[in-house]
Design a protein around this ligand. Structure first.
Ligand code: UDP
Length: 328
């Protein structure tokens, strides 16, 4: 199959590219390198089944050409990371909504199977745990820019499902729950790479709020396997939304202690108020647990890697990165 990955130079895109190339698919990446990185994709250079275009989704000619060659599109390009969203809300909304609009227009022209990345953020402040795909969604006030991310991704979901219903485009929506693993940048607030880097350097671990908020962390290789399963089973999965994540819940305090223990670090915890970490009035999600029954029943996927395996992989990766910077 020929597959186009928008945002392919990003964290999940890189892992997905590696997996698809390994099984013999042809992969084209379209990425504007805003949060993606050339270092991430250097390993693919020269691969006979791989090509790469640096461009934005608002270049219709490039997007059209790439879509015309593709059987399927993974639309992963998005403004992600809570910090980025709080700092640059206009960019977030425009990138997410206009980008998805452009991808769907091109996909419709060539009838491409399209898998659109959404996020667990769309569940917002929902209190019914675990979150399942048919649940009502509870977002905060539009006066708080954090919610622009969820709202923009929600609009992406609506656009994708509308293209399916109105034009028969084979679209599937995936909601990622805290995907982590080697290669993720901590630049935009993601907690695991930040904690691991702080621990390796013996710096204080910056736990936001009281640290009793919880998350479920999914290894990116499990996430990518789920994407592969969905790609391969269009008959049962088009027009549907799927949660992708684990249901092993951990508080951020527990995560911090686990990172310290597994990296044999001398760091201690430093609790930072949300107002200092993000912005005054920032609202965090207290708990976020996916119900993954739907994807398990549809394609037989379930995550296989534990939190300890995730942390060990990230610690190894970050140590190697540090060593290579030191040598250079
Ligand atoms: N967090 C933290 N310290 C950091 C970065 C994040 O305590 O240096 C917290 C953040 O407030 C949230 C959780 O870790 O409660 C997960 O944050 P992340 O940005 O990784 O993902 P989110 O679940 O917010 O999308």
């Amino acid at each position: 199959m020929h597959i186009l990955i928008t945002g392919g130079a990003g964290f999940i895109g890189t892992h997905l590219t590696r997996r698809l190339l390994a099984r013999g698919d042809t992969v084209s990446i379209l990425d504007n390198l805003s949060t993606g990185n050339l270092d991430n994709i250097r390993e693919f250079t020269g691969h006979p089944l791989y090509s790469f275009a640096i461009d934005t989704l608002d270049n219709p000619l490039v997007l059209d050409r790439l879509a015309s060659q593709a059987d399927a599109i993974f639309h992963l390009a998005a403004a992600v990371g809570v910090q980025l969203v709080v700092e640059r809300p206009t960019e977030t909304i425009e990138t997410n909504v206009l980008g998805t609009h452009a991808v769907l227009r091109a996909a419709r022209r060539y009838r491409c199977r399209t898998i659109i990345a959404s996020t667990s953020e769309v569940y917002g402040k929902g209190i019914k745990i675990p979150f399942s795909e048919e649940d009502d969604l509870l977002l905060g006030s539009s006066a708080r820019s954090r919610w622009s991310y969820a709202a923009s991704k929600l609009l992406d979901e609506f656009l994708g499902l509308a293209a399916y219903r109105e034009f028969g485009l084979p679209v599937t929506i995936v909601r990622f729950f805290n995907t982590v693993g080697p290669g993720q940048t901590g630049r935009y607030g993601m907690v695991v790479p930040r904690f691991v880097r702080q621990a390796i350097h013996g710096e204080p671990i910056t736990v936001y709020g009281d640290g009793e908020q919880s998350r479920c962390f999914c290894h990116v290789q499990d996430t990518v396997r789920a994407l592969e399963f969905l790609l391969d089973r269009p008959d049962s999965t088009v027009g549907e939304i799927y949660n992708i994540g684990t249901n092993h819940e951990v508080t951020i305090n527990e995560l911090a202690h686990e990172v310290i223990a597994r990296s044999a670090s001398s760091s201690s915890l430093r609790h930072v108020p949300y107002s200092e970490a993000y912005a005054p009035g920032f609202e965090d999600m207290r708990r976020r647990v996916p119900d993954i029954t739907k994807i398990r029943q549809a394609v037989g996927w379930q995550p296989s890697r534990t939190l300890n395996e995730i942390l060990d992989d990230v610690i190894t990766y970050e140590r190697q990165r540090l060593d290579s910077v030191a040598v250079a």
